[in-house]
Ligand binder design. Structure first.
Ligand code: C2E
Ligand code: CA
Ligand code: CA
Ligand code: CA
Length: 277
């Protein structure tokens, strides 16, 4: 028994070390990836239910790892959050998305806003407003064509969040609440924050047709948003039935595989061309 105990400790140590090595490797790789240009933005179209046209794009990061292949954000964004490296990645994402959107405008496509996900760390970063302002000036993108997506988890300190959002808003950009309904935050902030859009969390959309509770939640969020004069986007729309329900309940915009997955910029461009031709 003694023997066994010692072995299991050793085994545990080995597993533990492998895990932390793995993390360490990933962390190193993540930092190098920025210099090596391994990150790439994909863009997912946001469609107006009313016109059926593309009225926006959400920028979603991908990591084109030389060995691992395409690494989805869920596999490295949390680690980047932990280490604080998300601030640097986030700045790259913002610059890249603004540059790309300006490029599309210069190519003559009808202008639309690009949405960028903001992380908690970025939101708490000092001089965020100056950072964003600098990137807008540098890239030449008109602030009204930039949307920053924040989540309810960033709103726990209501005073801080209100000030921060007002500062950002003063630049002329738009602010949207991502994954709405997923957090447990109070709704009172909705009347304080200078936000323009609610994005209904995809977990409610997923089972819309099977779960009457989800259907009730979705229609209630839409109605509430309209009362507050906010625009509503439903995420994760995959079926015609979901679209029909959202249309009947007067949702403004949809985003999801039914229309398109997130696409690399040149493929997104083809979607834009299809739309105007
Ligand atoms: P999110 O902001 O909620 O993004 C929506 C996610 O849903 C994306 O996953 C998108 O590809 C996926 N999706 C879109 N349509 C559908 C659909 O019809 N069905 C289903 N099942 N999924 C759909 P993705 O690209 O893997 O991103 C995951 C999360 O990683 C994002 O969730 C966001 O929280 C984070 N993330 C992505 N890019 C960035 C970034 O540049 N910065 C930060 N801070 N976070 C990011
Ligand atoms: Ca988002
Ligand atoms: Ca979301
Ligand atoms: Ca999410």
């Amino acid at each position: 028994a003694k023997e066994f105990g010692r072995n299991s400790v050793q085994l545990y140590d080995t597993v533990f070390n492998e895990r932390s090595m793995e993390r360490l490797n990933l962390e190193n790789d993540m930092r190098n990836a920025l210099e090596k240009g391994e990150y790439q933005l994909y863009y997912q179209p946001q469609i107006s239910i009313h016109t059926g046209r593309i009225v926006g794009a959400e920028a979603l990061i991908r990591w084109n790892h030389p060995v691992r292949g395409m690494v989805p954000p869920d596999e490295f964004i949390p680690l980047a959050e932990d280490t604080g490296f998300i601030v640097e990645i986030g700045e790259w994402v913002l610059r890249e998305a603004c540059t790309q959107n300006k490029k599309w405008q210069d190519m003559g496509y009808p202008p639309f806003p690009v949405s960028v996900n903001l992380s908690v760390r970025q939101f708490l970063q000092q001089k965020l407003k100056e950072k964003v302002q600098g990137i807008l000036e540098e890239t030449g993108l008109d602030a009204r064509y930039l949307v920053l997506e924040i989540t309810e988890s960033m709103t726990s300190d209501v005073d801080y969040a209100t000030n921060c959002l007002l500062e950002l808003k003063s630049l002329g950009l738009q602010i949207s609440i991502d994954d709405f309904g997923k957090g447990y935050s109070s709704l009172s902030y909705l009347k304080k924050f200078p936000i323009s859009t609610l994005k209904i969390d995809q977990s409610f959309v997923r089972d819309l047709m099977e779960d009457p509770n989800d259907a009730a939640i979705v229609s209630t969020i839409i109605a509430m948003a309209h009362h507050l004069k906010l625009k509503v986007i439903a995420e994760g729309v995959e079926t015609e039935e979901q679209l029909k329900y959202l249309t009947q309940n007067k949702c403004n915009e949809v985003q999801g595989y039914l229309f398109s997955p997130p696409l690399p910029d040149h493929q997104f461009e083809q979607k834009l061309q299809e739309m105007i031709s």
